[in-house]
Design a protein around this ligand. Structure first.
Ligand SMILES: Cc1cc2nc3c(=O)[nH]c(=O)nc-3n(C[C@H](O)[C@H](O)[C@H](O)COP(=O)(O)OP(=O)(O)OC[C@H]3O[C@@H](n4cnc5c(N)ncnc54)[C@H](O)[C@@H]3O)c2cc1C
Length: 466
């Protein structure tokens, strides 16, 4: 009898369990090991009893365009159990920029600046575009946020619009940030031209890459990505996790929660035995065919006794989720997400669940989540009060809408800090892990390869590796 052991049960671990369960015969047992008391990682929900569930933060599955990957996540639920967001019903987000709510696009709208400034931004943008057109057309992507922004938007927009937003989000100068930062925020485009011009410019490949369509609801369907997003009709990503758990159980996968990997034995570059511990007992698993590591990399580095003393890290900000139940709908119309870009807000994203899942409404109340990135120092303040203050300041919450319930959650593993220093150190760690040359070890999940963070990247990457 052979054993495959998967460490960590977030999206990457669960996908690995299902893929491998379909590949192996009855001679092989798959063991899924989770440190917490339930599986699912960032796909789980907080359960507040009669106040209902709130997602952890990872929402809406987005199609990748790779049939095998898309089939994997869609097939977990029956077709009629999915809400499908596509075409006119596609995912839409806005932002709070320049002291205004933008319902029309999530990317900073430069037209909201004074006429004088707008003219200066436009002139600098066009001057730069003319110089960079070749590189942009060829799809050249720089490595850092600063180079990307300067190449795509020019110096003036970079230093006066993009840099302050990145700095307020990550508490780092743009010079210190990796390219990933612009995708996390998201600042990969800006809004600059009116609809009549943009409509015609949509036929120009270079401009389409850089500029956002100024009224997202009017974007011609043939110019959209054509990809759909999926969310369970019955509220909560937990629903998907529960169904997947049933599936892998049926296929004989053994699930261990509250379980830690203490140590392993390696011989001839093969992991041969694992020593685990849970609340009840010590568990030894031998005859190891393969180990899939989907948990954060630092645990693996420790097990492999990799020296990290020479590596430097910027400490990540804490990801805080403030889950709030409102008496009435949040005043952002049909937006799924809103990104507060102005300097005074700790909130990075507001999620408006009922905009994409009507079943999110419970007892007539509307759930929202504010994701905040905060320093250790700022953790000391009352985070619920801070969230409500920010909502009021953006005029999203007024006197005729009351907070019915609110709770702040501090995530143990939240957003990575996308600095050049950190991503370089992660890259070196990956090389050191590879250099250990353990033949039956595979790493999947967040940052297991370069630029792997979003769900779609994780699913694509996991499929490639297994
Ligand atoms: C707040 C937040 C919001 C996000 N929102 C989105 C989004 O909207 N869209 C998107 O595409 N992506 C989003 N992401 C990105 C997200 O990282 C991925 O979408 C994905 O869910 C991560 O999956 P994973 O399996 O790699 O990690 P995780 O889901 O973090 O799973 C790792 C699992 O390993 C377990 N574990 C850790 N250490 C050990 C150990 N030593 N032994 C055993 N188990 C261990 C953990 O408890 C956890 O269950 C978000 C991330 C965060 C932090």
């Amino acid at each position: 009898m052979k054993n495959i052991v998967i460490i960590g049960s977030g999206l990457a671990g669960l996908q690995s369990a299902l893929i491998l369960a379909n590949q192996v015969n009855e001679e092989t047992t798959i063991h899924l090991i989770e440190r917490e008391n339930s599986i699912g990682g960032l796909l789980k929900s907080f359960d507040y009893g009669e106040n209902g569930a709130f997602d952890y933060g990872a929402h809406l599955f987005q199609e990748t365009g790779i049939l095998e990957v898309d089939t994997f996540f869609k097939d977990v639920l029956n077709q009629e159990e999915w809400l499908v967001h596509k075409d006119n019903n596609r995912e839409i987000s806005g932002c709070f920029f320049n002291n205004q709510i933008q319902l029309h696009t999530q990317f900073p709208d430069v037209r909201s600046c004074t006429q004088e400034l707008y003219q200066a931004y436009l002139a600098d943008f066009l001057f730069n575009l003319n110089k960079q057109a070749d590189k942009i057309k060829l799809g050249y992507l720089p490595n850092t946020a600063l180079e990307f922004s300067k190449m795509y938007f020019g110096d003036k927009i970079t230093y006066e619009i993009i840099a302050p937003i990145l700095e307020k989000t990550f508490h780092k100068n743009i010079e210190e940030l990796d390219l990933q930062a612009v995708y996390l925020v998201p600042l990969s485009r800006i809004t600059l031209l009116d609809e009549i011009l943009m409509h015609d410019f949509l036929n120009t490949e270079i401009v389409r890459k850089i500029l956002a369509y100024p009224e997202q609801r009017n974007l011609p369907l043939d110019k959209g990505s054509g990809k759909s997003s999926f969310y369970p009709k019955k509220y909560g990503m937990q629903r998907w996790v529960d169904e997947l758990e049933k599936k892998i159980n049926k296929k004989g996968v053994k699930i261990y929660c509250n379980t830690q990997l203490l140590d392993w034995q390696i011989e001839n570059n093969q992991i041969i035995t694992l020593k685990l511990k849970n609340n009840e007992a010590n568990i030894n698993i031998s005859n190891i065919k393969q180990v899939i590591w989907s948990a954060p990399m630092f645990g693996l580095v420790k097990l492999l006794s990799i020296d990290t003393q020479d590596l430097q890290y910027d400490i990540p900000l804490k990801t805080v989720l403030v889950n709030i139940l409102l008496e009435k709908e949040l005043a952002i119309q049909d937006l799924y997400y809103l990104y507060p870009y102005d300097n005074e807000y700790s909130t990075y994203r507001v999620t408006n669940y009922s905009a994409y899942c009507p079943d999110a409404i419970r007892n007539g109340k509307y759930p929202i989540t504010l994701e905040m990135l905060v320093t250790e120092e700022n953790l000391k303040q009352n985070l619920v009060e801070l969230a409500i203050k920010e909502l009021k300041s953006m005029e999203l919450l007024n006197e005729d809408n009351q907070v019915f319930f609110a709770k702040a959650e501090i995530l143990a593993a939240g957003f990575p800090m996308p600095t050049i220093k950190n991503l370089n150190s992660f890259s070196i760690l990956r090389t050191r892990i590879q250099n250990k040359n353990i033949h039956n070890l595979t790493t999947v999940g967040v940052l297991s390869s370069e630029n792997v963070f979003f769900q779609k990247d994780i699913m694509r990457n996991t499929l490639e590796k297994l």
